[in-house]
Design a protein around this ligand. Sequence first.
Ligand code: DER
Length: 234
Amino acid sequence: LTQDGLKKLAADKAVDYVKSGMVLGLGTGSTAAFVVDKIGGLLKSGELKDIIGIPTSKRTEEQARSLGIPLTTLDDHPLLDLAIDGADEVDPGLNLVKGRGGALLREKMVEAASKSFVVVVDESKLVSGLGGSKLAMPVEVVQFCWKYNLVRLQDMFKELGCEAKLRVNADGKPYVTDNFNYIVDLYFETPIKDGLGAGKEIGKLEGVVEHGLFLDMATAVIIAGKTGVEVKSK
Ligand code: DER
C-alpha cells in the first residue's frame, strides 16, 4: 500500500465514528481531505444525514462546499461532537505536532471545541518524542517584528539544537496564513522532553499567536500501517 493508500485506510476508519446529526470539525491536509471526501459521499448517498461541518482552513471550506457539505462556524456552534484531522507527528502519549499545512490556529480552535478529536495518520507519523521527526514544528506569529520572535523562539530551545526558519512560498515571499499571520518553523536536533512546558513557554511570547504542539487533545489516533489499521485511544 502506498502512503496515500494508508492515509485513505485511516480516513475510512475514522468516518465510522461519524453519526447522522453531528456537528463535525473538518481537518486540513491530505489525510483529512480523504475524510471530507468520504463524508461528502455518504451525505450524497443518504447514508449520513443532518451533518454540519466547521472547516479548519479556507481550502477545507472550499473542498467541503464543492461536496455540498453544509457548513457553520464556532460562533454559531461553539461545541462540536467530533473533529477529525491529520497530524505531522504522534508521540506515545498521543500528543501531536500539527501545522505543517499552515492551518494550526483554526485546527486547534476547532479541535479544542470538540467533544471528541480523532486523529488519522499513516505509521510514518509516529515518533518517540515531539520534534523527533526533525521536520518543522510550526509556530504562528504576527507579521509585526516576526524576526524578533523567530530569534526568541530559537534561543528558547537552543539546548535542543533548535533552528528557526520563516516559512516562505516557492517565490520566496513569506507564507501568509488564513489569519494573515506568518509561520516560524522550528527544527529540533533533540526531541522536546517536556511538551507541556515548551507549549507554555512559547505561549508566553508576545506576538506569538499559536503553536503546533497539540497536547492532551486527541481522544483517539487511527494509525494505518503495513499490518493494518490500529486505533489507539486515551
Ligand atoms: O497541517 C496540519 O496540521 C495537517 O493536518 C498535517 O498535520 C497532516 O497533513 P497530512 O495528512 O497531509 O500529512
